[in-house]
Design a protein around this ligand. Structure first.
Ligand SMILES: C[S@@+](CC[C@H](N)C(=O)[O-])C[C@H]1O[C@@H](n2cnc3c(N)ncnc32)[C@H](O)[C@@H]1O
Length: 266
């Protein structure tokens, strides 16, 4: 199975990546969290599954000495390059050699040692416990002595509790074109967590009035807390802190987010 989430989709990958950005750039509620997190201890950041670099500016504003972004999607990394070029702070850090991008699988991160390894919204895209363990084990081996891995995903309170029929999620403008996004999901409880089959259909009106219809399908996995803790333990990681929101609320069954900060077991 390819780790590029857009590979093999029926829609054009570059357009899917642009629409992905349109959707994800609207997510800003975690920016302050990451700025403050890095400020606790400034150092190099490895952003696994960095997408188009949405969090890079928060890392730099927090005082990251360098950022290495890894993602399996060349189209999203291309968009990260565009983001860097368009932002003078990112551009100057990149020209000083403080931002690097690598196309690759999060299960095989580049060599090096990092103070922070961030994995934001990536775990659900991995195939299940085996792939997650590979990623966590590799991350554990890339931490500095004081280093921490940050796992940040939808929490138990944000997960769907029933199948959802095809319905409109949002309508937005992109480069003067109207974009409508619909999605449908079906869910299945498994012993290792929740499996979600997520189908999106995005219509983008072209300048000539015709419509580009982009279907895409994502198989997502939300490990149960006990399965995730077992995998962290197996990877040699110990959970230091948990949060249920980016404003540091406690993690509970109702939390919108599940944020785990883990360190190597010494
Ligand atoms: C929901 S996005 C999150 C992007 C970014 N971390 C953020 O918060 O904006 C998930 C990202 O993980 C990447 N991804 C999923 N599986 C991957 C894998 N096995 N190796 C590398 N990247 C992967 C996808 O390409 C996508 O960019």
């Amino acid at each position: 199975m390819s780790s590029d989430i857009f590979a093999g989709q029926a829609g054009d990958a570059a357009l899917l990546a642009a629409i992905y950005d349109l959707e994800h750039d609207a997510v800003t509620e975690d920016i302050g969290f990451y700025r403050r997190l890095i400020r606790r201890s400034r150092g190099p950041v490895l952003d696994l599954g960095c997408g188009s670099g949405r969090l890079f500016r928060a890392f730099l504003n927090g005082g990251a000495s360098s950022i290495h972004g890894v993602d399996a999607s060349p189209d999203l990394l291309h968009r990260a390059e565009l983001r860097i070029a368009a932002d003078p702070v990112l551009a100057s850090a990149a020209s000083a050699g403080r931002i690097r991008l690598t196309t690759g699988d999060v299960r095989r991160p580049p060599r090096g040692r990092w103070r922070w390894i961030t994995v934001v919204g990536v775990l659900p895209h991995l195939d299940g416990p085996e792939a997650a363990l590979q990623m966590l084990t590799a991350a554990a081996g890339r931490l500095q002595r004081q280093g921490r891995v940050v796992l940040d995903d939808i929490g138990p309170g944000g997960l769907p509790d029933r199948d959802l029929p095809l319905s409109v999620d949002w309508e937005r403008a992109m480069e003067g074109r109207a974009v409508t996004r619909r999605s449908q999901l079906s869910r299945r409880e498994d012993p290792d967590g929740l499996r979600v089959d997520y189908l999106t259909v995005t219509d983008a009106v072209r300048p000539d009035g015709t419509i580009a219809r982009l279907p895409a399908r994502f198989r997502l996995w939300y490990p149960s807390q006990s399965v995730l803790e077992g995998l962290l333990d197996e990877a040699g990681l110990a959970v230091e802190l948990t949060y249920g929101s980016h404003d540091l609320g406690p993690l509970s069954g109702e939390s919108d987010r599940r944020i785990l900060i883990a360190m190597r077991r010494h």
